[in-house]
Design a protein around this ligand. Structure first.
Ligand code: ITT
Length: 188
């Protein structure tokens, strides 16, 4: 069994490969641009994106829209995470948080999966804190400034360990549960 991961982000593909390897599902990276509608709802972005991809005749795929929501910044950068990452970057987020005591934040990941003609959309969340400096050189995006356990950032832990608690790992677990419930993959 094979699923295409439609993204411009190779870091996401690596995480999906790890998560799905136990189920014997192969992940193939496909760069296929699709419109990301402007909305405050990640699942709406995913759902509209899936319609567009299916209309191009592509099936059996995963799309993923994610974001970092910082409590003290009223949820910014949230749905503007990709833009914020490209413009102000991690240093810019740290600058906005200088002297801020409340470091709480959460990552959210919405996965849309088209498989065997069925559509599943799930969202995973991971709560943590924004660190005071960048740490680690693994992972991607906001990983060097986000810590789930308050000790190490996601850029300091191996991918398999990040998947155990991350927003994407949690979304994948929900997805696999639903795929099993619908009989799309085998397992209890
Ligand atoms: P695609 O839309 O092409 O899949 P993208 O990197 O633009 O790739 P998103 O819009 O979903 O992906 O992500 C918004 C931003 O959040 C982007 O800058 C990512 O690098 C970042 N991001 C997403 N998941 C992350 C994670 O697990 N760790 C750190 N940063 C993450």
């Amino acid at each position: 069994m094979r699923l295409k991961v439609i993204t411009s982000n190779p870091g996401k593909v690596e995480e999906y490969r790890r998560s799905f390897s136990d189920l014997g599902i192969e992940m193939e990276h496909l760069r296929l641009p699709y419109d990301e509608v402007q909305t405050s709802d990640l699942s709406e972005v995913v759902s509209k994106g899936m319609d567009e991809i299916v209309s191009k005749g592509v099936r059996d795929f995963i799309v993923d829209d994610s974001g970092l929501f910082v409590d003290s910044l009223k949820g910014f950068p949230g749905v503007w995470s990709a833009y914020a990452q490209k413009t102000i970057g991690n240093k810019g987020i740290l600058k906005l948080m200088e002297g801020v005591e409340d470091r709480g934040a959460e990552f959210r990941c919405c996965i849309g999966c088209d498989f065997a003609g069925e559509r599943i959309i799930v969202t995973g969340v991971c709560r943590g804190v924004i660190t005071c400096s960048e740490k680690g050189d693994g992972g991607f995006g906001f990983d060097p400034i986000f810590s789930e356990d308050g000790v190490r950032t996601f850029a300091e832990v191996p991918t398999a360990e990040k998947n155990e608690t991350s927003h994407r790992g949690n979304a994948v677990r929900l997805l696999i549960e639903e795929m099993k419930r619908r009989g799309l993959v085998r397992g209890r």
